[in-house]
Write a protein that binds this ligand. Structure first.
Ligand code: NAD
Length: 315
């Protein structure tokens, strides 16, 4: 049994990492400032005294150091971040959380002798794909501030791992969705907006022609990749794509939601922003080969879970 700290542990991916760590019998500490995290994502574990929760901001090194000193974690999974839309809206906050915050976590891992650090990068580092499926050697072409902060994160991880010996594993997540997500993930927020909108008979917005694609993978599976990497001593200082390897057209996702709800959407078509990525499709061969990663939740199953959760009134 190990002590594991999860930053952003009340969020979409982080809370699934927390669940899986607890299931494996580890002791878990969560840092979250609840900017986009949900108390209900960790409420059961808190009620059952299965986690320690520190409501703290990773932008403050004093705060980060205080938490590391108090719990002395052996492993860390760093998922706290400002998402795409808020990063563009609040650029200084994006730098403070995604770059300074990440550096604070790396530095504390170094100071407190953490055995391994896993963390969330993003497919945003690639920009608009030059070829499909996108593998890890695809050139970087970050086209927004969020993508730039992810490239900076990767550079910090790489440089500090070599000069200070903090082993890391980073994940370039593609479109990671779950019923637990807040708003702010530009592409996958359609789940919440469309499920509620269609169910309530309200107009929903479709950007562009609906031919644009996402590579959707459920947060449960993204969390699993973190667990596989964390405790595998043979894998360190690597980045992996995490997706399903399949493209889903936005218009097909809409049709799926309509079918599952048994209702037709009132769709308002809006011109697409040319800055938005038109296709996402990951090559996940590296993660399959080196980590034994396999996505297990289909888009149909994930959408069903999302609908059940939302319409039970939990969001
Ligand atoms: N969901 C996706 O599609 C996706 C895609 C690419 C990359 N990622 C990356 O994966 C990671 C996890 O994303 P997610 O989908 O779980 O998002 P999320 O917003 O649900 O989770 C992030 C968590 O971090 C917390 N947080 C934000 N700023 C903080 C701060 N300064 N201090 C402490 N906590 C803070 C939020 O409250 C939230 O609980 C992030 O690094 C994100 O950039 C996600």
């Amino acid at each position: 049994m190990s002590k594991v700290l999860v930053t952003g542990g009340a969020g979409n991916i982080g809370s699934f990492i927390v669940d899986q760590l607890i299931e494996l019998g580890h002791q878990v500490v969560v840092i979250d400032n609840f900017y986009n995290g949900k108390f209900r994502n960790v409420a059961d574990h808190l009620a059952n005294n299965r986690i320690d929760l520190e409501t703290a901001d990773i932008g403050s090194y004093e705060m980060v150091k205080y938490v590391f000193d108090k719990y002395k974690p052996e492993y860390v999974s760093h998922q706290a971040s400002l998402m795409i839309m808020d990063s563009n809206k609040f650029p200084h906050k994006a730098i403070e959380t995604n770059i300074t915050g990440t550096f604070n976590i790396i530095q504390a891992c170094n100071e407190f002798g953490v055995k391994k650090l896993t963390y969330g990068s993003s497919s945003s580092v690639y920009g608009n794909p030059r070829y499909i499926p996108v593998d890890e050697n695809h050139p970087f072409d970050q086209q927004n501030l969020y993508g730039a902060t992810k490239v900076a994160k990767e550079a910090l991880m790489h440089s500090w791992a070599y000069s200070h010996n903090v082993p890391y594993v980073g994940f370039r997540y593609f479109n990671i969705y779950s019923e637990r997500q807040g708003i702010g993930a530009f592409y996958t927020q359609v789940f919440q907006k469309w499920i509620h909108g269609i169910n309530d008979g309200q107009e929903i917005v479709m950007y562009g022609d609906g031919e644009q694609t996402m590579d959707l993978v459920h947060s449960y599976d993204a969390a699993k990749a973190n667990i596989l990497a964390m405790f595998n001593d043979n894998v360190k200082n690597e980045h992996f794509n995490i997706g399903s390897g399949q493209e889903t057209k936005v218009k097909d996702l809409l049709a799926l939601i309509e079918k599952m709800l048994g209702k037709k959407a009132l769709v308002k078509h809006v011109e697409s922003d040319p800055h938005l990525v038109r296709r996402r499709c990951a090559s996940i061969e590296k993660a399959k080969k080196m980590l034994g990663f396999e996505p297990t939740i289909s888009v149909e199953e994930g959408t069903k879970r999302y609908i059940d959760y939302l319409l039970k009134g939990k969001i």
